[in-house]
Design a protein around this ligand. Structure first.
Ligand code: NIG
Ligand code: FE
Length: 397
């Protein structure tokens, strides 16, 4: 059999899939819609057919999965990949006992401002390739390391050449040049910077935290973004309890991200809303912080997404499989829940129905695992199990 992959109008069959996660409960067992001995037909960049291998229609090319597992490509709904510079020393010091604070972001801001467009783009594409090899086929990324009108707009322009899921995070921290006048910085973020950035972004985000932006500032910024056609998502309740989650729900944010420190009222608010709780265990791992309690959110009925938060400060991993393993080991998730959250959950956090599932009409974004089951993503932590990736119908890795 030849390597399956499509060009416009052609079809490709992936057959002899030992275990297929569809995330389509009508197609198979449980919330994962699990199908054994399955096949998938791709037409162009979309899924055309899903079902038992024995009943698969013919296609132009075919690939034999040899009994291995296939899952939807990961949807990494939270990353910060437009940056320059290095914070190895900060990590090293932290692992020697110094606590994490929002202030380290300034180091990356200085390096990012000094970088050329070509440097920023090369760095971004390097981490995108790295993520793709590990099964990520959809990713969101943010500005937030420029913090001037020009530097934020160029970060978003560079990101938008690589993904539709681009987030304006001018409100990451108050930059040193505005340290004496945070109100003037909020005015910039909601004024000239918003005007320059909105054409390149779909989302607006705020780091709502002590040392960054308080609840009133965050409301002002997100409301201005909404009025300019951007949809909110929020860095909420990461380092401490605070107003972020309640604000996310109030503003119908697509996602409240981090959710490490939640009151019962915060959990209830998320469970009774469309706002997804996006958990980012790479950040707790890399800052030796308390884990978010996924079990509490799931038991309350909240929708949970799992993402990497890939950034040079608090979570320098592009590996969704690593985050799945952490979530299962330390956050109370079952392997099934963690895989759902890293695929369909990420899609929900981006309000997308065309990714994160394997069903006719969805994008043909698939990860082939060198394992008989998706459970191995948690069972075999740190092992590079992703052995094939199709993105928009094209075999990429
Ligand atoms: O998601 N919380 C704010 N932003 C990032 C950290 C960025 C950095 O330290 O550079 C985060 O953890
Ligand atoms: Fe983040």
């Amino acid at each position: 059999m030849t390597t399956a992959g499509t060009t416009a109008g052609t079809t490709a069959l992936i057959t002899n899939i030992g275990s297929l996660v569809t995330n389509d409960p009508s197609a198979g067992d449980g919330p994962l819609g699990l199908l054994k001995n399955a096949a998938v037909v791709i037409e162009g960049e979309r899924i055309a057919w899903v079902g038992p291998a024995a009943g698969a229609p013919a296609a132009d090319t075919a690939y034999d999965a040899d009994g291995r597992a296939v899952i939807p490509g990961f949807v990494d709904s939270h990353s910060h990949l437009v940056f320059a510079g290095d914070r190895t020393e900060e990590f090293n010091a932290r692992m020697s006992g110094r606590p994490y604070s929002a202030g380290g972001i300034r180091t990356t801001v200085a390096a990012t401002r000094a970088a050329t467009d070509a440097d920023l783009e090369a760095n971004l594409t390097r981490y995108l390739r790295e993520a793709l090899r590990q099964g990520t086929t959809t990713f969101e990324t943010k500005s937030g390391y420029g913090l001037t009108v020009e530097d934020e707009a160029r970060a978003l322009r560079i990101a938008s050449a690589h993904t539709d899921e681009v987030t304006y995070l001018g409100a990451h921290i108050v930059p040193p040049d505005y340290a004496d006048d945070p109100a003037a910085y909020v005015a910039l973020v909601t004024g000239d910077m918003l005007e320059a950035c909105a054409p390149h972004a779909r989302w607006i985000d705020v780091f709502c935290e002590k040392g960054a932006f308080d609840g009133d500032q965050a409301r002002t910024i997100l409301t201005a973004g909404k009025a300019r056609g951007l949809h909110p998502r929020i860095h909420a309740n990461q380092l401490s309890y605070g107003p972020g989650v309640q604000l996310a729900v109030e503003l119908d944010a697509a996602s409240a991200d981090h959710c490490t420190h939640l009151t019962d009222e915060d959990v209830d608010a998320l469970a009774n809303s469309q706002t997804v709780a996006t958990l980012l265990p790479g950040a707790e791992f890399s800052t030796r912080a308390e884990w978010p309690n996924a079990r509490r959110l799931l038991d309350a009925g909240a929708t949970v997404a799992l993402s990497t938060d890939c950034n040079p400060g608090s979570s320098f991993t592009s590996s969704v499989p690593f985050c799945i393993a952490l979530a299962v080991r330390d956050m109370g998730m079952t392997p099934d829940e963690a895989v759902w959250s890293a695929t369909a959950g990420g899609a929900a956090a981006l309000r997308r129905g065309d990714v994160g599932r394997v069903a006719p009409g969805a994008y043909a974004d698939l990860a082939l695992l060198d394992a008989p089951s998706h459970v191995h993503l948690a069972y075999r932590p740190g092992v590079p199990l992703v052995s094939g990736v199709w993105r928009r119908g094209v075999r990429e890795a």
